[in-house]
Design a binder for this molecule. Structure first.
Ligand code: ZN
Ligand code: FE
Length: 256
């Protein structure tokens, strides 16, 4: 039994919330609760009492459950300091300097704007777990609603610098569609092809494709590979800056 138990909670149509439970302290958090009721049920089913909500960003499919959960349990709502005005029911604002303490676990907070201007990730180093919301997806990345390619590429580069075994807990089950797109820009990538086949088989049985590991993403996710000369050349951008290659890849996905 690891020190930090992690249980995915499917929410809405294709969102994932994640329950985190530390046995020694009895603390229980939910990352990005779209809604309250299924989170309360999932926690109760395990005999866990909710103590924290952690938000990666303000979008309602990640924070819609904040107020209801706080009312039902008295839990503390933790979210990005830069965006505190847009986080419902926030109690504790965190940034890269503060980090976040969860019992014996120290989470590093990574500021990764682009999808929204205040987006953060929680990296539990000892547990080798990254909660990255809608910035990095399995085989994809989030849309740039409030940022530009240079900002988003910088944020993704920050995540890419974490250790390969890091498990990537992202906000949505988008992997199968992401794989279809990834193969159009990186068709000869053997790692990607093998991964796409596995993802297709999992989804055919309605099983989750997350978490992946960061090592797998570095090898197969085109949005982490904008500085790969082969990928740049295939997009007709040989020699271009990685942020530009990233921007072109993101644009193609937007219209895919
Ligand atoms: Zn979002
Ligand atoms: Fe989302």
């Amino acid at each position: 039994m690891t020190a930090l138990e992690i249980a995915p909670v499917p929410l809405l149509k294709d969102n994932y919330g994640y329950l985190l439970h530390e046995r020694s302290s009895g603390l229980t958090a939910i990352v990005d609760p779209s809604e309250a009721e299924p989170v309360l049920e999932a926690a109760a089913a395990r005999g866990w009492r909710l103590t924290h909500v952690l938000n990666t960003h303000h979008h309602s499919d990640h924070s819609g459950g904040n107020a209801g959960l706080k009312e039902a349990t008295g839990c503390k709502v933790v979210g990005p300091a830069y965006d505190r005005a847009r986080i419902p029911a926030i109690d504790e604002a965190v940034d890269e300097a503060s980090g976040f303490r969860f019992g014996q676990q120290q989470a590093q907070v990574l500021f990764i704007p682009g999808h929204t201007r205040g987006h953060i990730a929680f990296w539990f180093r000892d547990a080798q777990a990254l909660f990255c919301g809608d910035t990095l997806f399995s085989l994809g990345c989030g849309r740039m609603f409030e940022g530009d390619p240079a900002m988003m590429w910088n944020s993704l580069s920050k995540l890419r610098a974490l250790p390969d075994p890091t498990r990537v807990y992202c906000g949505h089950e988008y992997t199968e569609a992401n794989a279809r797109f990834a193969l159009t820009v990186d068709p000869d990538n053997a790692v990607l092809k093998a991964r796409a086949d596995r993802v297709k088989a999992l989804r055919a049985e309605n099983r989750a494709t997350v978490p992946s590991t960061l090592g797998e993403e570095k090898a197969a996710n085109p949005f982490l590979r904008a500085d790969d000369p082969g990928l740049a050349a295939r997009l007709g951008l040989a020699g271009a800056a990685p942020a530009q290659v990233f921007g072109e890849t993101r644009h193609r996905k937007d219209v895919f």
